[in-house]
Design a protein around this ligand. Structure first.
Ligand code: NAD
Length: 343
């Protein structure tokens, strides 16, 4: 099955990647293809797209995997490789990997020679339902997540659940945190079904991805530059990002979704006090997230404040949260003083 889902200026193709990539490339005459992979996607994912690259002139750039490499030194290496591979304004970059490859490869493409075209081929669950959609690109800087970046739409996003077959159970679960978030913020109808899924390995990913990415798709179309409603996607992320940065700096990195799972539990607690979420729903949400991720890590507000104070959504001295009014209903720009943030 192949579905073509329109976003604004581009389309998401959901189905076999060899077919979607061949179709997209057919419509764009290009001088050179540049494929960005990391060590894992080079082994696990590149073979799945090679059949669509036959008779094409392409160069593969391979970087080391994971968040610690989503930094300016790696980006410099990618720009150097783009230069020595002779990329021009008609070349196309294919970002084959998870959110790190998509964010950083997209950022490098969007800035190289003032911007060349790129295709997102997300290969983790997290990047398929979230990171690849919505045009946010960037790198971490000085320990701050996504501190340097731009907005730019890709040529296309090609999603194929087959990539999940080689993903580790821990990475699969990490991505599932964003699926949970999408249901909680805007698709309460999906919650009864989702909250009964415990065997992630055998879940019906095509259907789950289709429904989850629909939440993100609708929101980014309504508010591409995060002036209003797009901020609801930050539910769980204000504290989650700070938790992620804190553990990264202390040398015990959590996966993005693991930090977001903790952030969602803590922000669901704030939602009871500041957005009207019922205690019954809080318990329901916390129990389900903990059944998959375990108890959230204990962390003190003082450890998170340096990062919380840098949050791009803040207004003056107040920290801005997106919180739940109900399961499937959220509000944004809930401004809290530091003294009010307790979980
Ligand atoms: P990731 O890109 O680091 O991938 C996780 C790991 O899985 C890596 O080791 C990778 O090599 C490996 N991998 C990827 N695909 C694989 C496959 N099919 N089989 C086997 N191994 C595979 O991390 P992620 O969780 O995909 O993304 C996290 C990043 O996404 C963070 O940097 C976060 O800030 C970013 N993000 C961006 C947005 C956005 O809107 N731009 C939204 C959410 C998250």
């Amino acid at each position: 099955m192949m579905e073509k889902i329109e976003v604004d200026q581009y389309a998401i193709w959901l189905g076999p990647v060899a077919t979607s990539l061949a179709k997209v490339l057919e419509s764009y005459p290009t001088s050179r293809l540049f494929i960005l992979t990391d060590d894992h996607t080079h082994t696990c994912c590149l073979p799945l797209i090679e059949s669509s690259l036959k008779h094409r002139d392409y160069h593969v750039c391979q970087i080391r995997p994971g968040e610690p490499f989503k930094v300016i030194t790696t980006a410099i290496g990618i720009w150097q490789d783009m230069t020595s591979a002779g990329l021009d304004r008609h070349s196309i970059v294919i970002n084959l990997g998870g959110g790190v490859i998509g964010d950083m490869g997209g950022f490098c493409a969007a800035t190289y020679k003032r911007g060349i075209k790129f295709i997102q081929v997300p290969t983790t669950l997290l990047s398929q339902v979230d990171a690849s959609i919505g045009g946010k690109l960037g790198i971490d800087f000085d320990g701050y997540k996504n501190h340097i970046g731009v907005f730019q739409s890709p040529l296309a996003v090609l999603i194929d659940p087959v990539f999940l077959d080689t993903l580790s159970d821990r990475e699969l679960r990490s991505g599932y945190a964003e699926v949970i978030k999408h249901s909680l913020i805007a698709d309460g109808g999906h919650w009864p079904e989702l909250s009964h899924i415990h065997d992630l390995r055998n879940a019906d990913w095509y259907t789950i991805i289709r429904r989850s990415l629909e939440v993100k798709r609708k929101i980014v179309i309504a508010d591409p530059y995060e002036k209003g409603i797009r901020k609801v996607l930050n539910f769980g992320h204000t504290l989650g990002h700070a938790i992620e940065s804190h553990f990264l700096q202390s040398g015990m990195p959590l996966l993005h979704g693991e930090a977001i799972a903790a952030g969602m539990i803590y922000e669901a607690r704030l939602s009871v006090r500041f957005a009207g979420l019922t205690t019954e729903h809080l318990i329901n949400i916390s129990n389900y997230i903990e059944s998959l991720f375990g108890s959230p890590p204990k962390v003190a507000l003082a450890d998170l404040l340096p990062v919380l104070r840098q949050d791009k959504k803040n207004k003056g001295d107040q920290i801005s949260f997106s919180l739940l009014e109900d399961i499937g209903k959220s509000k944004w720009d809930v401004l809290l003083n530091e003294g009010e943030i307790q979980w």
